[in-house]
Write a protein that binds this ligand. Structure first.
Ligand SMILES: *[C@@H]1O[C@H](CO)[C@@H](O)[C@H](O)[C@H]1NC(C)=O
Length: 151
């Protein structure tokens, strides 16, 4: 695994441990993760496997890879009963950022170099303040996909 964005986070490491024991004093938003299915990248010369562009490598169906330097994870998915070789990529990431809120700040506990989902941003809000997240449709798991297909 290669990390390209580690410099600024390492500097914060000392300050984080000092704040650790106040963990329950402020409402800490646990990172939620979001999933979506997209058509997989497939190379002409490597049919039947997904192409992981962030790693420049092929990945077998059922295998997972980290999307670093982005915070996310992808899985190569071969749809059940699909013989034509149309592979899918299940992308998991931290979802949309919350709407800006002056009473909330990005926590120093956020660790962008950790592996997914631990790299997702953690926000801390003043008492009484809550973050609003934009509504996005949640993606059905691969097995439910066929039932909902509109085309
Ligand atoms: C962030 O995560 C990486 C990988 O798990 C770990 O090596 C590092 O110590 C963490 N940094 C902080 C500040 O917790």
């Amino acid at each position: 695994m290669k990390f390209f964005l580690c410099l600024s986070v390492a500097v914060l490491a000392v300050a984080v441990s000092a704040a650790e024991d106040k963990k329950d004093a402020t409402a800490t938003e646990r990172p939620k993760t979001f999933r979506r299915l997209i058509p997989a990248d497939v190379l002409r010369d490597f049919p039947g496997v997904c192409f992981a562009s962030t790693r420049c490598a092929t990945v077998e169906p059922g295998q997972t890879w980290e999307l670093s330097p982005f915070c996310g994870r992808s899985t190569c998915v071969k749809p059940e009963g699909e013989e034509t070789g149309h592979l899918l990529e299940l992308v998991e990431d931290c979802g949309p950022l919350p709407k800006p809120n002056p009473k909330c700040k990005l926590s120093e506990k956020t660790n962008k170099t950790a592996s997914f989902p631990d790299c997702c941003p953690i926000f801390e809000c003043e008492a009484g303040a809550t973050l609003e997240y934009p509504e996005i449709p949640t993606v059905a798991p691969p097995s439910a996909e066929k039932k909902d297909a509109k085309a």
